[in-house]
Structure formats: C-alpha cells, structure tokens
Design a protein around this ligand. Sequence first.
Ligand code: FAD
Length: 322
Amino acid sequence: MATEQAKPIGKPDYAPPPIEGDFYRIAAVLTDSERALLKRVREFTEGVIAPVIEDYWSRDAFPFEIIPKMAEVGIGGVGYQGYGAAGGSWLLNGLVAMELARVDASVATFWGVHTGLSAGSIYLCGDEEQKQRWLPPMMRFDKIGSFGLTEPLVGSATSGGMMTTCRREGDNWILNGQKKWIGNATFADINVVWAREEGSNQVKGFVVGKDNPGFSVEKIKTKMALRVVQNGLITLSDCRVPEADRLQNANSFKDTAKVLRMTRTGVAWFAVGCQMGAYERKANRWIPARSGPARQDARQRHIDPGDDAASRAATGRRRDAR
Ligand SMILES: Cc1cc2nc3c(=O)[nH]c(=O)nc-3n(C[C@H](O)[C@H](O)[C@H](O)COP(=O)(O)OP(=O)(O)OC[C@H]3O[C@@H](n4cnc5c(N)ncnc54)[C@H](O)[C@@H]3O)c2cc1C
C-alpha cells in the first residue's frame, strides 16, 4: 500500500521513508475501489484491533465488539459474487487476509473461518435456496459461522478416516461424533459439520445451529498460538438435522476438498501478513539507528534483554553484515 513520500536525501530534515513490506507494490495491481477497501482494512487493524488485542490475548478472550466494526469495513465474502458479498478479485481476498494477519493472526483466522471455510462451504456446496437463506446474514456478520472437519483422532486424514457419522431418518439426519479445534464454534450461529454416511461411506455436509438438540461445544483452553480465536470441541449426540439443512451439493469428500482448495491460499497470505507485520514493526524501529545521534540508543534498544531472542539474533546479524 502507498505510504507517505520520502523527503529528498541530503536535506537537514531528511528522514528515511517508513519501511513497508509490499516491496513489489502488488496492491498497485488492484482497482481503485479495491485499494480503498484495503485502506479501510488497515485503518481497522491499526485503529481498532492493535490497541486492544494484547489485552484479549492475555485473557484468552475474544473481542466481540470488533465484529460490527469488521462488518462496516465490508470484508464479508471478498471474492464471492452475489448474496451481499463484498465481491472483488481473489488477489484482493489474499491481500485482505494479509492485512488482517499483519496486525493479528487470530483476528485474521476468525475472518477466514467465518467468511472463508464456513460461508465458503455454503457458497460452493449449498443449493440456491440455502445460499439465499444463510449467506446474506453471514456477509453482514449478523450470523457467524464455523467449520467442523477435524476430529479428536483424525486431522489430515479426514478424507478417508472420518469417524463422525450421519444416517437418514425420514426428513432428518442423525449425527454422532466429535469435531475438535473448531474455530468460532463456542459462539457461532451456523456450524458447518462434515460427517460420513453410514452405509455409503460418503462424506456429507450439514449446517447445524448452536441450539440444535444433541449439539454441544466445550471451549479449548490454554492455547498459545492463535489464542484469541475461540476453538471448540463439538460433541454431536444423536444430533437431529433436517434434510433442508444438509448442503445439497456436498455429495462426497471431493466437495469438501473444493472448499479447502478455495481457502488454502488465504492461509498462505496469513503467513505473509504475519511476516510483514513482524518485519515492518522491527524495521521501523531500526531505522532511526541508521543515521544521526539516535543510532547508539536505538542499537541499545535492539539488544535490550527485554527483546525476544529472535529479534536479538536479527539485530546481531545486521551488525555483522555492516
Ligand atoms: C488453532 C487451530 C485452529 C483450527 N481450526 C480448525 C477449524 O476451524 N476447523 C477444523 O476443521 N479444523 C481446525 N483445526 C485443525 C487443523 O485443521 C488440523 O490441526 C490439521 O488438519 C492437522 O491435523 P492434526 O492436528 O490432527 O495433525 P495430524 O493429521 O496428526 O498431522 C501431524 C503431522 O503429520 C503430518 N502428516 C499427516 N499425514 C501425513 C501424510 N499422509 N504424509 C506426510 N505427513 C503427514 C502433518 O503434516 C503434520 O505435520 C485447527 C487447528 C488449530 C491448531
């Protein structure tokens, strides 16, 4: 993203330009309206998220008050067309993911699970009536989604080894099993749950409401990474789901995999955002040390024992390189 203009070198009031991680000016490829959205995301992350997030991290809690503010930014369903979604390109989706993760990976994950995995399952695997029913409130963040695929005993191997089962009884389905590590599940209204059909062994997708009989969630506590994301252990005990709430175009794990394929790049963008945030934060602290009297002080700050080990190592490497 564009930042303020550098002053000419050699002038007494010269200050180097702020460091920013979009080295190749990828945001310049976006349209004007897409860049405007990205600017709003940065204002949101710097103005709303950054001031409060460490406090929430320390309390292992989620900042629910940011949800309506995130809705105002207009980032529900970036890359989806119709149903009240933000639209735009997939590059924009990636850059929004990066911008969110640049300040906080948990907030980025909340957004990714809600509008990506959960709403994305409905977008790709729901029929028209289901998309009209669920997507507009999700795009407005009035209803929040989760995505339940992983199980206590099965992670990467859910394609062949899923243990949660479903069987049809008249106009309903009966679900049994557990889903673990499910982001947003402690409070989500719309829980997409994947289950293997008894008999056919085909994986099917369901939308399960938080008040559905037989559905319960226990918060997973004492996480370190992505601590602000509220992960849940979902238990399905003869959980009855109407046929109308089965995702009509999810007929096998191949359909589940389409959702994973669509959202996978977002996870890579999160990684880029985390690195960008760490780099910009550190490099912008380092800049005063490159010239003028602040050099020694800044250098001292960088080897402060209060700094983390990785930063000290990075600072050491910079000194060695000179
Ligand atoms: C913070 C957090 C949030 C999450 N949110 C969600 C969510 O919202 N919804 C959801 O469904 N899940 C969620 N998950 C679960 C996540 O998707 C799983 O952790 C992931 O699928 C890996 O499964 P696993 O942890 O059981 O690891 P395993 O599958 O046991 O894998 C362990 C290691 O073995 C490797 N491995 C596994 N199989 C193979 C193989 N065949 N060949 C080579 N290497 C292999 C893996 O790469 C990994 O390094 C979340 C997890 C975390 C930690």
